[in-house]
Design a protein around this ligand. Structure first.
Ligand code: NZQ
Ligand code: ZN
Length: 390
């Protein structure tokens, strides 16, 4: 195991009706004037936004609102949010929604206290300072409620990139699994897929002797394998939703990723797809993961065989056969919860592959020409991987 520092001081309020405590939580973490940031309207329709406002009113905390965050959140609204916060002297940002809303809130929070262009952070500058953020989560998926990360798409060139820093870890996150019961089945499944990807991309490591985090990851994937079909079959299964929601947080606040190198190849290749075709991140990952795993399997067949046996109950004695069977089991599972498995199902085009691979490797010109992770992929490798998704 490698040396590490791990500091993840988010306060979690988990369970039924916990959103009623949001006013007290904002106060506890020093907020005196709040920006409520939300998405395309699901929180208006469900009545959650009104309940959140009531909770702030009860503590006499003033607020402004900024809705309209799109899935795969855009830079344009971030700039608007930064201006609004400055004009209104906002000192706390409350994200009410999914990963997109939380990520947009994080970008605004970092941008308000920064003299330059917030996009600098999405080109590699570490976020050291930000307004405090709280979240009320409505979908178990991205893990942004406990992560130090934010992913934004720059409209100019449709470049989707991530930024990081402990300063944007939420001060608190309200996790009420019942709030996820209004999700369409497809979005629930996209979330489940994203959570599984966050686990696999940590499992695929080049660090030896990491049994503790290996075992945590295996347990969490097994939880998703168990709970996924149950929640697709019965969207009102509170307990299944509760287990998925907590697994989604644990999968991505990096408690499972410390002390080990991590992969992120699938996420990098997927971000090109959701930037180009505006598909759901989880759906993109369902198409990308099996292709990336098949391409990189030979780098460490043993690792793929181990996860196949421990998580997918594969019994083959030969490592390569077991590894392949594990990837097939993952595909069968993803298909079973309603995820796409091919480029065509996603609306992606074969003719775009070279362009997608080029952007994955070079970005808008500043990239190194490689995708680094479990293996190092050249542009030629990336083209081959995208071709496996046809
Ligand atoms: O916008 P509204 O109207 O709220 O609708 C959303 C949206 O259409 C809807 N939804 C959310 N909760 C709902 C609901 N509909 C009904 N009932 C509810 N309770 O679901 C749709 C998807 O929402 P979104 O926030 O986009 O989903 P998700 O949480 O999957 O976030 C995806 C974004 O997170 C990024 C992805 O790349 C993508 O841009 N990621 C962020 C990470 C991070 N910050 O740590 C890590 C991830 O790997 C990921 O890359
Ligand atoms: Zn993800």
């Amino acid at each position: 195991m490698e040396n590490f520092d791990f500091y993840a001081p988010t306060y979690f309020a988990f369970g039924q009706n916990k959103e009623s405590e949001v006013g007290k939580l904002v106060k506890q973490f020093g907020g005196t004037k709040v920006l409520i940031h939300y998405g395309g309207g699901s929180v208006v329709k469900s009545g959650l936004l009104d309940r959140v406002k009531k909770a702030l009113d009860a503590e006499r905390i003033p607020y402004c609102e900024l809705g309209g965050v799109m899935p795969n959140p855009r830079s344009g609204l971030v700039y608007q949010g930064i201006e609004l916060c400055k004009k209104e002297s906002i000192d706390f940002i409350l994200a009410v929604g999914g990963g997109s809303t939380i990520d947009s809130s994080k970008a605004i929070a970092a941008g308000v206290v920064y003299d330059g262009d917030f996009w600098d952070f999405y080109e590699g500058k570490r976020i050291e300072n930000a307004l405090p953020i709280g979240t009320v989560l409505t979908i178990a998926a991205a893990g942004s409620e406990g992560s130090p990360d934010s992913v934004i798409t720059k409209e100019e060139g449709m470049l989707k990139r991530g930024a990081s820093g402990n300063a944007i870890r939420p001060k608190f996150s309200v996790l009420n699994p019942a709030l996820t019961q209004t999700l369409p089945a497809y979005q629930t499944a996209c979330g489940i897929t994203d959570i599984i990807a966050h686990l696999y991309e940590r499992y695929l490591t080049n660090t030896a002797e990491v049994e503790c985090t290996d075992r945590l990851i295996e347990a969490l994937i097994m939880t998703m394998v168990h709970e996924g079909p149950r929640v697709i079959e019965n969207p009102n299964n509170y307990d299944a939703r509760a287990n998925i929601m907590w697994a989604g947080m644990v999968a991505h606040n990096n408690i499972c990723g410390v002390g080990r190198s991590q992969d992120w190849t699938s996420h990098n290749l997927e971000h090109e797809l959701s930037a180009e075709y505006d598909c759901a991140h989880g759906a993109g990952l369902a198409v990308v993961m099996p292709a990336v795993f098949t391409y990189t399997m030979s780098h460490d067949v043993k690792r793929f065989a181990t996860i196949a046996r421990r998580v997918w109950n594969v019994e083959e004695a030969d490592d390569e056969t077991a590894a392949k069977a594990g990837i097939e089991a993952l595909k069968t599972y993803l298909k079973g919860i309603g995820m796409p498995l091919t480029f065509a199902e996603l609306g992606a085009k074969k003719a775009d592959i070279e362009k997608l691979a080029h952007t994955a490797c070079y970005g808008d010109g500043s990239g190194s020409g490689f995708v680094y992770g479990f293996t190092t992929m050249s542009e030629e490798d990336v083209i081959k991987v995208y071709n496996l998704m046809l």
